[in-house]
Design a protein around this ligand. Structure first.
Ligand code: AHG
Ligand code: MN
Ligand code: MN
Length: 330
């Protein structure tokens, strides 16, 4: 399979398209890719290392953490914190923004990440992943802080995710297309396998946890029922697909089309997923791939974050399917 285009070469080649590029974005993406490769190995060996269980701690989200959550978090804090690329880090697993060991006045970026997404599937062979969002510091005269993360998704610099499954895939966008890579373990390199990804205009799957049925508004229940009966504007009967790992459900929706929904419910008016390091990065990618991401009312990339761990409903996918949702329920 020639020509081989690696993530590193692809990033640096793209950098040449920007005369004022300093190389920082390229090196920060390379650092994130290194972190993803290390986590891929941790996930693959967790079973034999006896690391698929809980730590016994509860994180800031109020959720029991798995040993793998904490391992993946430690890997990213170490690699990104020492990369010299970031002034501050926000992790799903840490209460507050973490200053990095390499803060200098010239460091332009900060990064938020979900080190291990889909934790409820740890211990099975169901794919899990990592999600990240890169922001530009808002005030280079002030020390990097949580304030740098209070920016809407339309202003972020880059975002991406990895999926640790039958293959390790890495998908990112810096605002100029969405590009997919697959790890070749024999080379230790991510190889470009999907240049300029576009979500299909419409799809035939809906992806949602119907266990919340009783907590949804009647209008939402009617909409969901219409996807099963075909009694909807698109006269389309959908299939249901739900893995329970956002990265896996999102990746399938991006590549094959359809709609993923983790909406608000009566117990959680702002939903379950986290805005900074789950909804914004995936909304940014879906938008750059020609799809739509909404919280049910407005575009996710227009939401102004107020807190680093705030939650957000997420309805994301093919334009035709999300537009039908908005017309029926929005
Ligand atoms: P995390 O493992 O990072 O806490 O994320 C879990 C999220 C996401 O991966 C998935 O889509 C969702 O939780 C599943 O939620 P339900 O169990 O409510 O379906
Ligand atoms: Mn997650
Ligand atoms: Mn997580």
């Amino acid at each position: 399979m020639l020509p081989i285009q690696t993530l590193t070469r692809f990033i640096y080649e793209n950098e040449r398209d920007f005369p004022d590029a300093t190389g920082e974005l390229s090196s920060l993406l390379a650092s994130i890719a290194l972190g993803v490769k290390v986590i891929a190995r941790l996930v693959a060996t967790a079973g034999v290392r006896g690391l698929t269980g809980y730590t016994g701690h509860v994180n800031v989200q109020g959720e029991q953490t798995y040993k793998l959550d904490e391992e993946a978090d430690a890997v990213l804090v170490d690699i990104l914190g020492s990369s010299g690329c970031f002034g501050s880090l926000v992790s799903e697993e840490r209460d507050a923004a973490q200053e990095t060991s390499s803060v200098s006045d010239s460091v332009k970026y900060v990064v938020a990440f979900d080190p291990l997404d889909g934790s409820s599937n740890i211990g099975t062979n169901i794919p899990v992943g990592t999600i990240f969002t890169v922001f530009r510091r808002r005030d280079m005269k002030a020390a990097p802080s949580a304030a740098d993360f209070m920016q809407p998704g339309r202003d972020i610099v880059a975002a991406g995710y990895s999926v640790y499954g039958a293959k390790t895939s890495f998908v990112y966008s810096a605002g100029y297309g969405v590009h997919g890579f697959t790890l070749d373990p024999s080379l230790g390199e991510f190889i470009l396998t999907d240049r300029d990804m576009k979500v299909p205009q419409s799809g035939d799957t809906f992806s949602i946890n119907e266990g919340y049925w009783s907590q949804w508004e009647k209008s939402f229940q009617n909409y969901l029922h219409s996807l099963k009966t075909g009694e909807n504007d698109l006269k389309k009967v959908y299939s249901g697909r739900y893995v329970g790992s956002l990265v896996a459900d999102f990746d399938r929706t991006l590549r094959k089309g359809g709609i993923f929904l983790h909406p608000a419910n009566t117990k959680r008016p702002r939903g379950k997923l986290r805005l900074l390091y789950e909804c914004i990065p995936l909304a940014f990618i879906m938008k750059n791939a020609g799809g739509i991401a909404t919280d049910g009312k407005i575009a996710v990339t227009d939401i102004e974050p107020q807190a680093i761990h705030e939650r957000c409903p997420l309805i994301v996918g093919s334009t035709e399917d999300v537009e039908m949702f908005l017309k029926a329920v929005g």
